[in-house]
Design a protein. Structure first.
Length: 319
């Protein structure tokens, strides 16, 4: 029930959020056209029209907030059930699992990390795909017959521009992450932390444990952390530079249309917002890359743990 019905409820709720976001995008176009009209001629609009426009946004925003809060609450419960399912299986085989290095950390820490990461990463991925489905036709409709930088009057110029910019940047950072072995570093970091924590736990009860052993282990922890910091330094140079350049991308593509006065202020705002939503969805992997790395590391550790449990079962059967 939680698996299938829960998934259906989350998907429907996310779709409602995206639909409201589309309505908010339409509101921005109408509102800024009204602002342009008001600033161009005194008393071109009434104060009642102005307040009415603001009230319509507040209504949409209130519905969006309400749905988002309910989805977040329900998703937290949904993913705790997922974690419970994993933990119950580990409990059922814990007689074998307890013999494996770092078993307690896998069962307690990694399962909660897995569920928490999936709470943000999983729902964000689904929402990003839904946004693409809804906003790409809107962006296409808004960009027809206006000149686009580099693509000229081609109707698909704005969408193709967003695609090239977003996918190109994402591929660049994925390659950079693979070159720097960020997943491997994160995995090694967690292993060394687990080994260090275990010797500290043992040292609580066993006074014969030499301090040097603890110091040696912490030196390993320090080294892997420092390696992680330098790898992420290189990665963040590329990631942050790209995201800063990203702020101007829509304005660059719209430069000929803005200079030629081919769009109103409201249409420009609609295009920029729709472009940002499409671009943001395409850049999902780029923006979520550090979290994806952490999830891949957790998944790798849990799979390795389960593999060792199965090996223990095979040894027990032979004995």
């Amino acid at each position: 029930m939680w698996s299938w019905l829960g998934s259906f409820i989350i998907l429907c709720s996310l779709w409602v959020q995206v639909k409201i976001d589309v309505k908010i995008n339409e509101w921005f176009g109408q509102f800024y056209d009204m602002i342009q009209k008001a600033l161009g001629e005194p008393n071109a609009i009434t104060i009642e029209e102005y307040w009415s426009s603001l009230l319509s946004f507040i209504t949409l925003a209130a519905i969006y907030v309400g749905v988002a809060v309910i989805v977040s609450f329900f998703t937290s419960h949904y993913l705790f059930r997922w974690r419970t399912s994993m933990v119950e299986w580990y409990h059922s085989v814990y007689d074998r699992a307890r013999k494996i290095e770092g078993a307690s950390q896998r069962v307690q820490e990694d399962t909660i990390k897995f569920s928490r990461i999936m709470e943000t990463l999983g729902t964000s991925l689904i929402e990003a795909l839904m946004i693409l489905v809804e906003f790409m036709p809107i962006l296409f409709g808004l960009s027809i017959s206006i000149p686009i930088f580099f693509f000229g009057d081609w109707d698909y110029g704005l969408i193709v521009g967003a695609l090239i910019w977003s996918v190109g940047g994402t591929i660049f950072l994925i390659i950079l992450g693979l070159i720097l072995r960020l997943v491997g570093v994160e995995y090694d970091l967690q292993k060394k932390e687990a080994a260090y924590r275990k010797i500290l736990v043992v040292a609580e009860d066993d006074g014969t444990v030499r301090p040097k052993t603890i110091e040696e282990l912490f030196n390993g922890v320090r080294e892997i952390h420092f390696l992680s910091y330098i790898r992420y330094l290189y990665f963040n140079v590329g990631r942050i530079a790209y995201l800063q350049a990203n702020v101007l991308s829509a304005y660059v593509f719209l430069a000929p249309a803005i200079v030629a006065g081919a769009v109103t202020l409201g249409v420009m705002q609609q295009i920029i917002r729709a472009f940002g939503r499409v671009e943001g969805s395409m850049q999902y992997i780029l923006k979520a890359w550090p979290t994806i790395i952490e999830l891949a590391s957790v998944y790798k550790r849990l799979r390795e743990f389960e593999s060792k449990i199965n090996q223990e079962e095979f040894i027990d059967e032979k004995i």
